[in-house]
Ligand binder design. Structure first.
Ligand code: NAD
Length: 261
């Protein structure tokens, strides 16, 4: 039996970590996957990558802006209309830091970053939790009690430590970690698990244009290399699976050791 007999939903699925996660669900036997992003072109690419690895996989692609409540609700409504439930979530949609100190950060920039990274992630997880509360647990790979749903939010190592010129971004990711812990406390009694992953510097379209200037930041991590989107996706899939049935409210750091240095 697949570790993923239910329905997966991934935001930010048009690129990078979200795309690798969506394709990984397909590779690992999940046969119903919802992919959401505001980038239609990227979603088409993800759709075809999924079909390449699992031609029978049913995929629903939804243009979604996670900073807009109606867009988020419409995504969840369409997912449930098509597949009846939502079991495994990766909320990966996010934007980069504006790379300015607070005195040079405008309110608009602060609101844009937090509107997507924090408020957008919260709106997605809120809508997903509301659906999970309506559904029963699925059977698990070895018969242990299952969950009505498992959510993984993508935070960042920069939600744990700071770096120069990134208060809006670092704050947005610290908020995701804190929100994850609170939801984990609130929904444990409902058999819903909520965790987050804190990636270090990962080679994706978000960072690739700046890889040359990221060298000194990469060197902070003892492993001294950027991670891959696949290495993050693998951790997301573990947390979503019934093998992680006792993992609740964690902030799993996937950063080559950056935050320990
Ligand atoms: N790459 C890294 O080094 C790194 C490190 C730590 C955390 N992260 C986090 O990982 C997540 C994924 O980042 P990535 O590196 O894969 O970047 P990416 O740019 O490759 O992918 C991000 C995706 O989010 C989508 N997106 C942005 N705003 C959106 C919105 N309002 N509505 C819907 N979709 C939206 C983009 O279209 C894009 O497809 C982000 O939350 C990012 O903050 C990345």
């Amino acid at each position: 039996m697949s570790l993923y007999p239910g329905v997966a939903l991934v935001t930010g699925a048009a690129s990078g970590i979200g795309q690798a996660t969506a394709v990984s669900f397909a590779k690992e036997g999940c046969s119903k996957i919802v992919i959401a992003d505001r980038n239609d072109h990227g979603l088409e690419k993800t759709y075809s990558l999924i079909k390449d690895v699992a031609s029978g996989c049913e995929v629903l692609a939804g243009n979604t802006d996670v900073s807009k409540a109606e867009s988020v609700q419409s995504l969840v409504d369409k997912a449930v209309e098509r597949f009846g439930r939502i079991d495994y979530v990766c909320n990966a949609a996010g934007v980069l830091s504006n790379n300015e100190r607070s005195d040079a950060t405008t309110l608009d920039e602060f609101d844009r970053i937090n509107g997507i990274n924090y408020r957008g992630c919260w709106m997605c997880s809120r809508a997903e939790i509301k659906q999970m509360l309506k559904q029963a647990s699925l059977p698990t790979h070895d018969g242990r009690p299952g969950n009505r749903g498992s959510i993984v939010n993508i935070a960042s190592q920069l939600g744990i430590v700071g770096r120069p010129a990134a208060p809006a971004y670092c704050g947005s990711k610290a908020a995701v970690i804190s929100m994850t812990r609170c939801d984990a406390i609130d929904y444990s009694k409902d058999d819903i698990r909520v965790n987050c992953v804190c990636p270090g510097i990962i080679e994706t379209p978000m960072t690739t244009p700046n890889m040359d200037v990221l060298g000194s930041a990469i060197a902070i991590a003892p492993m001294n290399r950027p991670g891959t989107a696949q290495e993050v996706a693998d951790c997301v899939l573990f947390l979503c699976s019934s093998k992680a049935s006792f993992v609740q409210g964690s902030a799993l750091v996937v950063d080559g050791g950056y935050v320990i240095n």
